[in-house]
Write a protein that binds this ligand. Sequence first.
Ligand SMILES: [Cu+2]
Length: 494
Amino acid sequence: MPESRTNPPRRDDDRSAFTSSVAAFVATGAFFVAVMALIVVSTSSGGGGSGNGVATAAPVPISMSEFKISPAAITMPTGGKLIAKNTGSMVHNLQVKEANVTTPDIQPGGSAEMNLSSLAPGTYPISCIVPGHAEAGMKGTVTVSDGAAGGGEVAGAAPGGSGSSAADSSASGSEQIDWAARDKAMADGMQTFLDSLKPGAPPLTPGQGNQKLAPTIGADGVKEFTLEASVIDWQTEPGKTVKAWAYNNQVPAPWIRVEPNDRVRIKFKNNLPASSDIHWHGISTPFDQDGVSPLTQPMVKPGESYTYEFTLPNRTELGMYHPHNQGEVAVPNGMFGVFQVGDLSLPRGRTVSGRAIPANLQVTQELPMVLNDAGSIGLSLNGKSYPATGATVAKPGDAILVNYYNEGLQVHPMHLHRLNQLVVAKDGIPLDQPYYADTVLIGPGERYSVLILPTAEDIGAWAWHCHILTHSESAKGLTGMVTALVVTDPTKPT
Ligand SMILES: [Cu+2]
């Protein structure tokens, strides 16, 4: 952003540079809140005719968007119908299991009627059954009343809390958004995040993924790795512990790093409640090692083991490993890891968009950034949600190589403030024409590799987040897919 160039960090003392960075970061948060206000206004106008005097026979409207059902608690008369409207930007559906009714997939802007006349008076769960959407918040209840005519009625707070967003309440017109409370939540979350970045501060949550897994060398010289899958307790953010499906008790799974032409043997033990397998996504394996049961191998049943063995090609590959069997459950729940073969070749000594890349460029840190958005893990970077995402710390002259891996169900435009990202590879394949971008869109299954080259002009704590704003903002402040790049000032003690 050009404006920020006119506002360099102050240099009074070593605290003030940090404080001014913080101010910039907080100001960014305030901007997000303003953007969210606009979103709230625009979605509520699409909320589908509230203030309705619903006649007994008229279908009761309910709207679906990312990722909520509004109202989350709806009341209707016996013998009635719901009309489910998709006011979001993705495909959704709605299921009332007890009535044995599920709408077809509804495109954005579309709607579908649900005849719930089979339901006796009572309260029943409803949800969108597009994988991951219920977990992300698209669930609620329908209460069938045998009294007078029902109608769309908003319960003040949705069960579970996270679904009760400002959009719910503004759609009803019956409740005011507590902006002051939102400001406080934003500020408190930021304080927690910034405190966690102070030197010597303990991590906000126990457990860390992407730990490099050293091979043992078999008697035949093959590099051997052991991966054991099980359900574990995993803390994604302070106060939130989920049931993660994990390899070797970590999310993301261990980072496996090998070299071109290596022969590897991976011993897999399945302690999950479900059958599984391991697919080596983006890695060139022989057909029978591709890990797609029951196409290329038998399913590995709970309690069983299975061994993969293959020789890697003579080139760099940046892949991921995850189950293919029951993948839509297992992967969002945490079963994903980096499988890296060799080092990417970088555009050293080249000039891209007028900016010269040093011929002697050395990568000072290489970071996987694994994206997820569903299942028990939810909106996260490397298995953690803000404020537990931590920050990447660098100094001017460093070269940070970030490999994004999208193991989620949605696209994520990853935006880094101020510093452009030099995109050097797609899916681990070096680009003949590297390019700079401030926002890199990563679809499910994709990998993008970017170089970040901070200079002395870039000192500060820069927000780095998914720019689908509901992936990085909520009524509770910054959330989910948010981290920071902290460029320290080498002339100041830390
Ligand atoms: Cu996103």
